[in-house]
Design a protein around this ligand. Structure first.
Ligand code: DGL
Length: 279
């Protein structure tokens, strides 16, 4: 048995491409459909209610393309909406990013001091403290929201004195806490990994959850006989709610390859009401 339908992946913008890249590497035969809601980004500074509404629209948009699974490649959407999504779409396989990142951090830390950086919505939700505490109650978690990181990434401003200065401001407290592991709790942040890692120093392991999320997806598709086999390379379709030209040029900068034509999605016209299994 195999399920040839695509996997649907979404984020508020470009951040989820860090997950898409890992998924494509780990499961090269899968077709993927990516939706980046750049027209409404950032999510992380909005209310949980707004993020939930956007999340349901994003999922419904991907379901209109007959996807077999949804990957919430956005910590903010996971933090604000995961339980509502699980309740409303019981029939749908859904993968999120917080659990795998937390498990990887617990495995990595030696001194039990784990830092988490994310959007204001993710950090104030306490989702990482709960996820890490459930695996390792003795861990000490230090978190910090970094709201300027997402606009910097969405503008393609990934290196140089401006992001370096911003990173220093945000990270100096975590550095003082002597954490040995830092979770990039926002899928946009891997674009800034170099400057974050340079500032934190060699003794701090950086957890970028893309890879572990991809492994977790592979395991669950294998267990449910839904993994797509074969030899041909999977096709990837990209959609954005904002300028397709801007998305294509920034996407190319990150993925280091030309994105197959980026298509526009009119996300505001998509229903918020959860869809049933048969549409
Ligand atoms: N990339 C997203 C995350 O992982 C959201 C960033 C945002 O839109 O604020 O949280």
């Amino acid at each position: 048995m195999t399920d040839k339908r695509p996997i649907g992946i979404f984020d508020s913008g470009l951040g989820g491409l860090t997950v898409l890249e890992a998924v494509h590497k780990v499961m090269p035969h899968e077709d993927l459909i990516y939706f980046g809601d750049s027209g409404r980004a950032p999510y992380g500074t909005k209310s949980a209610e707004t993020v939930r509404k956007y999340t349901f629209q994003d999922i419904n948009f991907l379901l209109s393309h007959d996807v077999k699974m949804i990957v919430i490649a956005c910590n903010t959407a996971s933090a604000c909406s995961l339980s509502a999504v699980k309740e409303s779409y019981e029939w749908l396989p859904v993968q999120e990013v917080v659990g795998p990142g937390s498990a990887a951090a617990v495995k990595t830390t030696k001194n039990g001091k784990i830092g988490v950086i994310g959007t204001p919505a993710t950090i104030s939700s306490g989702v990482y403290e709960r996820a890490i505490g459930a695996i390792c109650p003795d861990a000490n978690v230090f978190s910090k929201s970094c709201p300027l990181f997402v606009p910097l990434v969405e503008e393609g401003w990934w290196t140089g004195p401006v992001p370096e200065r911003v990173a220093k401001e945000y990270l100096k407290e975590l550095k003082k806490q002597k954490i040995d592991t830092l979770i990039l709790g926002c899928t946009h942040y891997p674009y800034l990994e170099k400057i974050i890692s340079e500032y934190m120093g060699e003794g701090v392991s950086i957890i970028n959850s893309g890879r572990v999320v991809a492994e977790s997806i592979k395991n669950s598709l294998t267990e449910t006989d839904m993994l797509r086999g074969g030899r041909s390379e999977g096709k990837i379709r990209y959609f954005t709610s904002d300028s397709v030209t801007k998305f294509a040029s920034l996407g190319k900068m990150f993925l280091k390859e030309t994105l197959s034509p980026v298509e526009h999605a009119d996300i505001e016209s998509v229903s918020v009401a959860p869809r049933g299994k048969n549409g």
